[in-house]
Design a protein around this ligand. Structure first.
Ligand SMILES: [Fe+2]
Ligand SMILES: [Fe+2]
Length: 282
C-alpha cells in the first residue's frame, strides 16, 4: 500500500507565488500512482479567512487521480487562541462546508490511518475535548491494527518533552494527553507538516516524519530546525506490520524561499497583534 503525503502547498488564487509547483507535483503524483494521498494541511495561504482560497486549492487537489484525505493547517482554519486568526466556529464551519470533516479514519491491511485536526489542540473547549474523545475511540477500535497518525503540527520540534515552542508544535499539556493515548496503542508512525523542514526520527517505537512543504523553505527568517530544507513529498509504504517512509524531492518543483516574498505573501495585519515569532512563516 503506497501512501504519498504532501503538505503545506500554500496555493492561492491571488498570491500565486507557489502555484507553479502544482503542475510538477501533479505530474509526479500521477506517475507514482499512489493508492492514497494524504495532505497534512496548509493547502492555502488565506483559507482561514477566504472561502475562495479553500475552493481554489480544493479544485487543484481534485485533479489528482488517487483519492486524497486532507487535514487542515493553521492557514486553513486558523491558529492558537490570541493569534491574528484564531481557530473558531466560523473558520471550522467554512472548512467543513467546503472540504468536509477535519479528521478521518482509513483502514488498510494491518493498519488504521487516522487524521486529526491539530489546530484544535490547546483550544481548551468542548471542540477540543470532542476530538480527543473521537481520537481515543478511533485508536481503541483499531483492534489488532497498528496505527499511523497524520496531522498538521508536529508533536515536538527538538525533544519529545520540550517546553512550549509557541507556533511550531503542539503545546505540552495537550501533547501529554496525546502521548498518554499513544502509550496505550501501537502507533508506528506520526506524519506531520507545518515546519517547512523535512525530518524523520524515532521515539518510543514510533517513527515521526515531517513532510517537506510543496511550496517554500525558510532561510534565516526563523531559527534552524532539525532536518533539511527541501521541497517535495513523502512516500509511505505500508506492509501488513511495518511501514517505511521516504522523504523525496520532486522533479521540477522550485524551492521558493519565503524570506524573499514574506511581505507580499503575508502582509502585516491592519491591527498588529503581539507578534509571536513564527506566526507569519509557516
Ligand atoms: Fe502551518
Ligand atoms: Fe505551512
Amino acid at each position: 500500500m503506497k501512501v504519498i503525503q504532501i503538505t503545506d502547498t500554500h496555493f492561492s488564487p491571488s498570491k500565486t507565488h507557489f502555484n507553479g509547483n502544482w503542475a510538477p507535483l501533479l505530474d509526479w503524483l500521477e506517475a507514482e500512482k499512489p493508492d492514497l494521498i494524504i495532505h497534512t494541511g496548509d493547502l492555502t495561504v488565506d483559507g482561514a479567512d477566504k472561502a475562495d482560497d479553500i475552493a481554489f486549492c480544493l479544485d487543484l487537489m481534485r485533479q489528482a487521480s488517487a483519492p486524497m484525505l486532507i487535514v487542515p493547517g493553521n492557514h486553513d482554519v486558523g491558529h492558537l487562541p490570541g493569534s491574528h486568526q484564531p481557530v473558531n466556529r466560523e473558520r471550522l464551519d467554512r472548512w467543513n462546508g467546503l472540504v468536509g470533516a477535519d479528521r478521518f479514519i482509513h483502514d488498510i491491511e494491518g493498519w488504521r490511518l487516522i487524521g486529526f485536526n491539530s489546530l484544535l489542540l490547546g483550544m481548551g473547549d468542548a471542540t477540543e475535548e470532542a476530538q480527543l474523545d473521537w481520537l481515543a475511540e478511533a485508536m481503541a477500535e483499531a483492534g489488532a491494527r497498528r496505527i499511523a497518525l497524520f496531522t498538521h503540527k508536529p508533536l515536538f520540534v527538538d525533544e519529545p518533552h520540550e517546553g512550549d515552542t509557541g507556533y511550531w508544535s503542539v503545546r505540552p499539556a495537550p501533547r501529554a494527553r496525546l502521548y498518554d493515548l499513544m502509550s496505550r496503542h501501537d502507533v508506528g508512525l506520526v506524519g506531520s507538516g507545518h515546519l517547512h523542514w523535512a525530518w524523520a526520527g524515532e521515539w518510543n517505537n514510533t517513527r515521526f516524519v515531517w513532510g517537506p512543504s510543496a511550496a517554500f523553505i525558510i532561510d534565516t527568517l526563523e531559527r534552524e530546525m532539525p532536518g533539511e530544507r527541501l521541497i517535495g513529498a513523502v512516500i509511505h509504504t505500508f506492509d501488513a506490520a511495518s511501514v517505511s517512509s521516504e522523504i523525496v524531492a520532486v522533479p521540477g518543483m522550485v524551492a521558493h524561499v519565503i524570506d524573499d516574498v514574506i511581505d507580499e505573501v503575508y502582509p502585516k495585519p491592519a491591527v498588529p497583534d503581539a507578534g509571536t515569532s513564527g506566526e507569519a512563516a509557516e
